[in-house]
Design a protein around this ligand. Structure first.
Ligand code: EPZ
Length: 422
């Protein structure tokens, strides 16, 4: 546990209310989009996360002037220049591929290092590259670097995605907004983060219709001007804390959320015996002493059950009464948290993309290591429910996506401290 760990004394029910952070997976593409803005963009409700910091470092590398006041970031991209992003910055986070469409649109060329795979799968980018070729870009790949050029400028085109990839949809939007002519996208991703990116771009003068519907039309405009935008709440962080309450017989309210973004998640908590109350921008959950198993959960593209909540929900089902079955249809290697959960006394069997969870009456504390971002949260959640002390290593994974997780959980009555490994 070199990189520091969380030390959790479990067995305490979570009680109280917390305000949910802005969405990481909305803030990142919106920040990349500021490369296209000939002016100043003001982004409110930007979470304080290492992935956001890594994205800001890449913007500064291009010469953007970036300042932060609390949860508001201001980015001025006037006068930026095109310089290849060094591997050091590209490797700080997986989703730096999201710069492809914006950099190509702004400079007519983009040199990125091929994003290595990551903790949850190979993470191919074929759909991204095929789409850039459809806009007229030439692409060469060698020595782990991807070189895209389009000297004559991107031209609007018609694209049908073989899979509603979130990142590919975002890169298509960013390439299309200042391309010459019209772009249509069929089978586009429908996640709320797509609609949020479209809202930001339209605020800056883009002409996007149909975001969130799966079919989008984007009329290219000569340039984008500055604008102001508030990032949507993080539906995955909200669902993660609700799962933590469900695992500890707790009663919490997550505030400043959009309940419609969790429309296929709340029924799972109800099936597990939790009482859910939805009020405007708040969701309250009161858990039974012990949750019921949920027969079958299948992760799907939005609006289906989100793959990012598979690990946190798997963790709370470890202490449910009965057998739950989960099918992970989006990523090929997203059960790496099962080993740690079993070390805490859970009974999970993984067979390919299916996990069978036999609920156990109690978990017992132990030392475990975060395998990835959402798996790390799952282990923290299990530690909250376990008897005794749990140490969760690899906190750098968790801090990529959960702002001040110790502060948030402590405010809900948890006994958790961060022990720095340095
Ligand atoms: C985004 O990743 C999110 N990341 C992920 O959240 C999320 O799990 C995922 O969407 C699905 O909702 C960000 O927004 C920064 P995809 P992305 O392209 O864009 C395959 C988290 O925990 N695929 O929709 O990479 C791919 O292998 C992270 O916050 C191709 O085959 O997801 C995967 O099986 C994890 N070729 C599936 O599509 C491609 O060119 C979904 O990927 C692209 C993707």
């Amino acid at each position: 546990m070199l990189s520091g760990f969380f030390e959790i004394t479990g067995g305490r029910s979570l009680k109280g209310a917390i305000k949910i952070q802005g969405a990481k997976n909305s803030a990142l593409p919106i920040l990349a989009a500021t490369v296209l803005v000939d002016g100043e963009a003001e982004l409110r409700n930007c979470p304080r996360l290492s992935d956001v910091d890594a994205t800001v470092n890449i913007l500064k590398h291009f010469g953007c002037r970036v300042s932060r006041q609390g949860h508001t970031l201001r980015v001025d991209s006037r006068g930026i220049n095109d310089t290849p992003i060094p591997d050091r910055l590209m490797h700080e986070m997986r989703s730096s591929i999201i710069f492809l469409g914006a950099v190509l649109g702004r400079f007519g060329q983009a040199v990125l290092s091929a994003p290595g795979g990551c903790d949850i799968g190979l993470r191919p980018i074929d759909l991204h590259l095929d789409a850039m070729r459809a806009f007229g870009a030439q692409i060469t790949e060698s020595h782990g670097r991807i070189c895209c050029t389009c000297a004559q400028g991107l031209r609007g085109t018609d694209i049908t995605l073989a899979f509603p990839s979130v990142g590919a949809t975002e890169n298509i939007m960013l390439a299309a907004v200042t391309a010459a002519g019209k772009t249509t996208v069929c089978n586009a991703a429908r996640e709320p983060e797509i609609t949020d990116l479209a809202d930001f771009l339209n605020t800056c003068g883009a002409r996007i219709t149909g975001a969130g519907s799966g079919e989008m039309v984007i009329e290219g405009v000569p340039a984008l001007h500055g604008g102001q935008h508030a990032v949507i709440p993080d539906r995955i962080v909200a669902g993660s804390y609700l799962a933590a309450a469900a695992a500890t017989g707790g009663e919490i309210t997550v505030q400043n959320v959009n309940p419609s973004h969790l429309s296929t998640v709340l029924p799972v908590f109800r099936d597990a015996g939790c009482k859910i109350d939805v009020q405007a921008a708040d969701i309250s959950l009161r858990a039974p002493m012990r949750p019921r198993a949920v027969k079958y959960i299948r992760t799907m593209p939005y609006p289906g059950f989100p793959t990012d909540l598979q690990a946190p929900v798997s963790a709370f089902l470890c202490v449910a009464e009965g057998t739950s079955v989960i099918s992970e249809t989006i990523f090929e290697n997203r059960y790496k948290h099962a080993a740690g959960l079993n070390r805490l006394g859970a009974d999970i069997r993984v067979d390919g993309r299916t996990a069978i969870i036999e609920g156990v009456p109690r978990l017992t504390g132990a030392a475990v290591e975060s395998p990835d971002l959402r798996g790390g949260f799952a282990l923290v959640l299990a530690g909250l429910a376990a008897e005794g002390v749990t140490r969760v290593g690899g906190i750098r994974h968790v801090e990529r996506g959960y702002e001040d997780i110790c502060g948030a959980l402590t405010s809900l009555g948890a006994a958790i401290v961060k022990i720095d490994g340095t």
